[in-house]
Ligand binder design. Structure first.
Ligand code: GTR
Length: 349
């Protein structure tokens, strides 16, 4: 996938020259004008067409972005051209944490983010992001398709969001530029980037590493400039972000399968007709198997490409990782509501 580094970075390159407040302000106005343009067309009469605006931090052909694009095309066809989606990839509309707020307040119609960016505001998501709660992609899919997935999706409604779909994100593993890692003790002292999530911060502390929360778009240059020694993510992200060019050691820790959420603004959803709402929900459900087929292919291709590029992949002592992570899980499970949901997720193992 040539040219991806630039694609991935361009939404954030601007940020180095702007303060965070200026950056967020510009995202808000881009999102609002993108959304407003779509909705304004509706007022013109016969040629009415609503174009919903969607955001994703990944590059244009990443499986999540491709799934949203597929949804947009399907919705446009099945609504007779009245409703469509325009997706802005590569973080052009902002960081995940920012787009969640923009969507809640109705400045953005749809955002696709990882559970790791949701776990503070939506604690039910923790049940699928906690370390070692999920054993495999098959397990994740069963949990997402079952009662636990349905309950987590409903929990988004409490704070202004509609959970349209939950997508795969593969196994997150550690990688770094310093040394091979087989055991959590080998992470000790390394500065490891984590997403903005307490779960991940606590987990890295439990492993003796120095967790460094950064937004996704900042990771590649932080690795390059040695601000961090490593990070953790799935094969597809490791490859498409080109982080593998800098971090040459990958350890198969599989510590989290924290899934992806496709979320719509409740306000914007409520402003649609009931037929349109129904269509969006149905097509979102149909986008899940579509995304999964793209995911399986892309994950395998990404791993092969990374290995071919010479990244050293090592198996790890999984029991040692699970033992070191256990106190973090126990601390979260003191919350009885979360513990019940966690048991539901484990029952799908
Ligand atoms: C990826 C996920 C992104 C983003 C990223 C991160 O796996 O698909 O949405 O959350 O991880 O670590 O920031």
């Amino acid at each position: 996938m040539p040219g991806r580094a630039c694609d991935a970075a361009c939404g954030y390159a601007v940020m180095t020259r702007l303060t965070r407040r200026e950056w967020l302000g510009s995202c808000v106005s881009t999102a609002i004008s993108a959304s407003a343009a779509g909705w304004a067309r509706d007022a013109r009469g016969d040629a009415a067409k609503r174009v919903l605006t969607a955001s994703d931090v990944h590059v244009s052909d990443y499986p999540t972005v491709a799934a949203i694009r597929w949804m947009g095309e399907t919705i446009e066809r099945e609504s007779g051209g009245k409703l469509a989606i325009r997706v802005y990839p590569s973080g052009a509309l902002g960081r995940e944490t920012d787009t969640i707020d923009l969507t809640r307040f109705g400045a953005l119609d749809i955002t696709r983010v990882n559970f790791a960016a949701l776990d503070e505001a939506f604690p039910a998501t923790r049940a699928m992001a906690l370390p070692y709660v999920i054993d495999s992609t098959e397990h994740l899919r069963r949990a997402v398709d079952g009662t636990a997935g349905a309950r987590i999706r409903r929990s988004f409604e409490r704070r202004g969001l509609v959970g349209l779909a939950l997508y795969d994100s593969g196994a997150r593993c550690f990688y770094n530029r310093v040394r091979p890692v087989h055991d959590p003790r080998e992470l000790a002292g390394l500065k490891i980037r984590v997403p903005p999530s307490d779960i991940f911060v606590r987990l890295l502390r439990a492993f003796g590493a120095n967790p460094t929360p950064l937004s996704y778009g900042e990771v590649f240059s932080a690795l390059q400039t040695r601000l961090i020694d490593g990070a953790e993510n799935n094969w597809t992200t490791f490859y498409t972000s080109r982080q593998f060019e800098v971090a040459r050691f990958w350890g198969q820790s599989r510590h989290s399968y924290s899934p992806e959420a496709l979320l719509m603004s409740q306000r914007r959803f409520d402003a649609l007709s009931s037929n349109e709402r129904q269509l969006i929900l149905e097509v979102a459900a149909r986008s899940v198997p579509y995304m999964r087929s793209l995911w399986d292919k892309q994950e395998a291709e990404s791993r092969a490409a990374v290995e071919q590029a010479g990244v050293r992949v090592s198996e790890v002592d999984l029991d040692a990782f699970k033992r070191a992570a256990a106190p973090v899980v126990e601390a979260y499970l003191r919350d009885p509501e979360l513990a019940a949901l966690y048991r539901d997720v484990r029952a799908a193992a």
